[in-house]
Design a protein around this ligand. Structure first.
Ligand code: ARG
Ligand code: GLU
Length: 712
């Protein structure tokens, strides 16, 4: 009996009592236990090789990729691999920048791109990369005196203190200073970054190689994608490549089953501290609806893209990212279900307080109850929010485009009535919108947008209570039983009927047109989503989420402070190191080995499935390659990663680069909520595959000379 009891506890206690190889650790905060675990897994270096403020160390070679206007909200990672600013990342992360320079005539997406000289490199407009210089725990500074200051003032005070720190440590703009919350607000770190805003495309393989397997293979193992891209970082002022403090050396030894692996990058978000109730809501409410809506949107796009090359170019990146999330949601929902995550969390919630002192245990029970109440109360709002975000505001791209006209409408009506309108401002705004309209139509197709909009309105109309529709939309919709007819009619005679009609409207814009805009049924439909959100959904949802935040913070504190093992903070786009070993796995009796080979690229291609299309000359090259069954393509390892880890260098026990992470297998994507050592696998392109494509296919000799290799 006693024995049985023990087994149950061990089984369920996995959640917060660390599994081997679990965790995304802050390199600056490595503790002895974690270091020992790393050594046991095979790590051969010391702590200071990983993170060192005084000497170049691995962390200096790793970069976060972000949009220039908010550089440290990272969407991916990269690493320096040469002395002249050369960096390695993923094809799928570089895609949007390749798209900037592509057209049906000059199709770099399809054909790939290689700069023959520095001058030929193409700017990745809007991309910044950032290097973490150092980080420091500033919890005491940020939250000083909070015990006696009312909670509602905390945010403003924290922002103010953050600004002071930025002032003090930014060295007049030399550094970008960021304050990040860890453990749901229980700890704060200051991060000092060096940001680079001039990044250029150097070498990108054709999409058929980079995204080999397409959606079919996305989130799947075995995989054979050459998901890599090479860029170069420049000094903005000097127009010269950056000479990095540290760059990684490449090892071509190959990754063997059981080898130590370490993934270094900027993982985005994990939610390991969600309660059972919150996990239930995520699967049954949020994912359920988002998946239905997004699923339809993605299929509509696919059909249109297959029929028209112009649409294909315009929508490639959008479609890739929309379907990518869709597949991840599906994987996560399945994982929650198949692995019984709600029940596991419930078990944990019941057993955990046994180790707590009386006072903490009381707080624990209270907190858990409070969370349960708030989450349940949020169910309906989460359902509505999922519709607003997926079908409304974030539904058709056209919706966001129409929302840009809001300011013009307000100027011509409310501002004008209040006598606060400057005629010059009005004309400038109309002119600005003309430019935005051009931009929009350069990248979108109106007929496709209308089709998506129709489907989105159908979801919205059928699932949302009438009280969450604006009156104009509700009344109009009531006139139709068919959403196609509704959309057709409202576009008929609308300002937004065509690109030309929009220009016509803008070119002779007068104050009187403000009313015309506000009465336009397309405008009313699209803006309706924003109004409902602003007035009915956001405030109430925010109120509940703020309450939730207070209890969740306490829950996270109780758990992280009372664990017998080191606990790592949830991913939050700060620099992390994950370690583990390269190893295969088994699902439902099906065995997956840890590595794939070049010959499998050809095998898949010969299946004739469109996702495995390849350029003819590449097929010919593979056919001529004798040892294709021995050249590695991709490998998996059990290092704990998530979205944003993409582009992370995968290092061996000596800190040499052996691959680039680009995905996870769907069997383990639930690792954002709980890490399962049997299923959680990071998928990486083997550096040998990258080199094969660069050398044998793209003829990138110039680059190969720049990359530093180990041992020679
Ligand atoms: N699943 C990867 C990530 O979340 C994207 C991999 C890109 N390849 C693809 N076939 N979509 O970004
Ligand atoms: N491909 C994802 C990215 O771009 C990583 C996949 C994951 O979530 O692990 O970040």
């Amino acid at each position: 009996m006693r024995k049985l009891h023990l087994t149950i506890i061990l089984f369920f206690s996995g959640i917060f009592f660390l599994q081997a190889d679990e965790g995304m650790w802050m390199p600056s905060e490595l503790d002895e236990v974690t270091l020992e675990n790393m050594r046991r897994a095979g790590f051969m270096l010391s702590e200071s090789d990983v993170y060192n403020e005084d000497q170049p160390s691995i962390h200096d070679a790793v970069l976060g990729m972000g949009p220039t206007d908010n550089p440290v909200s990272f969407f991916g990672s990269a690493a320096f691999i040469g002395e002249s600013g050369l960096i390695l990342t993923n094809h799928h992360l570089a895609l949007r920048y390749i798209q900037q320079h592509s057209s049906p005539e000059n199709n770099y997406i399809r054909d790939g791109f290689l700069a023959g000289s520095d001058e030929q490199e193409l700017p990745a407009n809007g991309l910044s990369v950032s290097r973490l210089v150092r980080t420091e725990d500033v919890t005491a500074i940020i939250t000083a005196g909070f015990d006696t200051i009312p909670a509602r003032q905390h945010n403003n005070i924290m922002n103010e203190r953050g600004r002071e720190l930025a002032e003090e440590y930014g060295e007049d703009g030399k550094y970008f200073v960021n304050i990040r919350s860890f453990f749901s607000g229980n700890q704060y770190f200051m991060e000092i970054y060096r940001v680079y805003n001039d990044v250029r495309l150097v070498a990108v393989p054709p999409m058929d190689l980079g995204k080999f397997g397409g959606n079919r293979d996305n989130w799947q193992w075995p995989r054979q994608s050459a998901d890599f891209a090479i860029l170069r970082v420049y000094h903005e002022e000097l127009d010269m490549p950056v000479y990095p403090r540290k760059h990684l050396s490449v090892s071509t030894e190959g990754v063997h089953e059981g080898d130590f692996t370490m993934v270094f990058g900027f993982p985005g978000t994990t939610k390991q501290f969600l309660t059972s109730e919150a996990v239930r809501q995520l699967a049954e409410v949020t994912h359920h609806h988002s998946i239905n809506i997004r699923g339809e949107k993605v299929s509509i796009m696919e059909e249109a893209m297959a029929a028209d090359e112009d649409i294909w170019v315009k929508y490639t990146n959008l479609h890739a990212s929309a379907s990518n999330h869709l597949l991840r949601w599906r994987g996560e929902r399945e994982g929650i279900h198949n692995l019984g995550l709600v029940e596991r969390k419930q078990q944990f919630e019941q057993t955990f307080p046994e180790g707590l002192c009386e006072e903490e245990a009381a707080s624990y029970h209270e907190t858990l109850e409070a969370i349960k109440g708030i989450v349940t109360e949020l169910d309906t709002l989460e359902m509505i929010n999922a519709h607003i975000m997926e079908a409304g505001i974030g539904g058709a791209e056209f919706t966001a485009f129409v929302a840009l006209f809001d300011r013009l409408g307000a100027m011509a009506t409310r501002y004008a009535e209040a006598g606060r309108l400057d005629e010059g401002d009005l004309q400038r705004e109309a002119y600005r919108l003309r430019g935005l309209t051009e931009d929009f139509f350069e990248n979108h197709d109106l007929e496709l947008e209308k089709e998506i909009l129709t489907a989105m309105v159908r979801h919205y109309d059928q699932n949302i209570p009438d009280s969450y529709k604006t009156r104009a939309v509700r009344e109009r919709l009531a006139e139709y039983d068919d959403h196609d007819a509704y959309i057709r009619d409202i576009f008929e005679g609308s300002i937004f009927a065509s690109e030309e009609s929009i220009y016509q409207f803008l070119d002779n814009f007068t104050v009187a047109d403000g009313e015309v805009l506000e009465q336009d049924p397309v405008y009313q439909l699209n803006l309706g989503f924003y109004f409902v959100n602003r007035d009915l959904v956001f405030p109430e949802r925010q109120r509940l989420r703020n309450q939730y935040g207070v209890h969740h913070k306490e829950y996270v504190r109780l758990i992280s402070e009372n664990s017998n093992n080191p606990v790592f903070p949830d991913a939050n786009s700060s620099l992390r190191l994950s370690f583990g070993t390269a190893r295969g796995y088994t699902v439902n009796g099906e065995e997956f080995t840890h590595r794939t080979y070049l010959s499998e690229v050809l095998d898949k291609h010969h299946s004739g499935i469109a996702d495995y299309d390849l350029p003819e000359d590449y097929v010919a090259l593979l056919e001529q390659t004798d040892n294709a069954d021995r050249i590695p393509a991709c490998f998996i390892n059990d290092s704990h990663t998530t979205g944003g880890s993409s582009g992370s260098p995968v290092l061996d026990a000596h800190g040499n680069l052996v691959g680039i992470g680009f995905d996870r297998s769907s069997h383990g994507v639930v690792s954002d909520l709980e890490y399962f050592p049997d299923y959680s696998r990071n998928i990486a392109v083997d550096i040998n595959y990258v080199l094969f494509v660069l050398d044998e296919y793209m003829g990138a000799d110039r680059l190969l000379e720049e990359i530093s290799f180990t041992g020679n």
